[in-house]
Ligand binder design. Sequence first.
Ligand code: UD1
Ligand code: UDP
Length: 378
Amino acid sequence: MKTALFLFGTRPEAIKLAPVILEMRKDPFFDVKICVTAQHREMLDQILTIFGITPDFDLDLMRPNQSLTSLTSRALEGIDECLKVTKPDFCIVQGDTTTVLAASLACFYNRIPVVHVEAGLRTYHKYSPYPEEINRVLTSHLTEVHFAPTPLAKANLLAERIPDSRIVVTGNTVIDALLLTRSRIEKGELAAGAPGIREILSDDRRLVLVTTHRRENFGEGIEAICSALKKSAESFPDVSFVLPVHLNPNVKEPVHRILGNIPNVTLLPPLDYVSFVAVMNKSYLILTDSGGVQEEAPSLGKPVLVMRENTERPEAVQAGNALLVGTDPENIFENVRRLLTDAASYNRISSIANPFGDGKASKHIIAFLKNDKLCEEY
Ligand code: UD1
Ligand code: UDP
């Protein structure tokens, strides 16, 4: 039996690692341990509850409006201690957050192999997204096995001289999480239960779902996004705009100030994943700067406007499911207007297949790890 330690801390890492954890737990070859930094607190706990995951170690690191430096240093120390107690055969991280970088570095210092899920995403812009682009580049060079979601992500790693034999293209585990959750909703095993969600799901109006939280958009970018949404909502009073607002104070303040009093705009606290999937499924159009939502929307046949200047997920833009609209308010508004009024464009976009996976990524990951030399000797 090999001890695998999962290290994660935020909402998207939890969503994207949950199906891998559930799959690995089925196999007696692995002793599965979980350590959360709790870089996010409430938003992490929402996900752990839904997937029935109880951490073995909880570093409880989140502080209000935490800085990158203080979180990184506290995470590095906390994870180092956990590694010394657990002595895992290998660790699994996902994505590009502060937790991922700190965990990979702590593993390297302790000579413990790192397995990186969602490896190889790149924008090649140092400050966009900030700090994630550099987090993932550094993580790739601290990692032993790279699970790339797409062939393009693999090509990015090969270009950085990561050996071909250590990269496996699996699809993105977010599709596993999404399909699993949607099927559990359909079977009646899970129900969308967030406050106010019933009214939203039974509303006959078309629904535009919005999320925003990128650090490089703080200040001007978020103000511009909010003013585009205000103009869109005022121009289309028969459409309902729903925004689950990220708990980061740099997001909450401008969103509530600019969008707080518009009749067809509903501001909500972050939704639990089941409620969020139900709202995505019900939505007509999705506007986001989120990584995960960019991947999920095409799987549900929803056109997505990406409110960023560039994306590390160009597959959906190339396929046509996603449009990169930036943060210029006029451009955002114009694209919202077009998709709400031009049925032909809308129908074409919403019928394009999702390029991010088929829901079997976790199975591919476990099969590879079981047969890899990583699990025999290092
Ligand atoms: C983090 C990640 C980002 C990821 C995002 C997903 C980094 C640097 N950023 O950004 O890559 O896309 O999570 O959502 O790793 N807060 C709460 N409760 C929570 C979560 C956050 O109150 O459950 C507030 C706190 O004041 C916290 C602040 O939000 O200090 C910022 O959290 P942090 O994880 O540092 O940054 P995010 O913007 O959430
Ligand atoms: N999500 C959620 N509730 C919400 C908003 C988003 O469960 O209110 C989910 C969403 O389905 C996706 C993930 O959170 O799987 C994306 O997280 P986030 O946008 O915070 O981070 P990113 O993907 O940009 O790193």
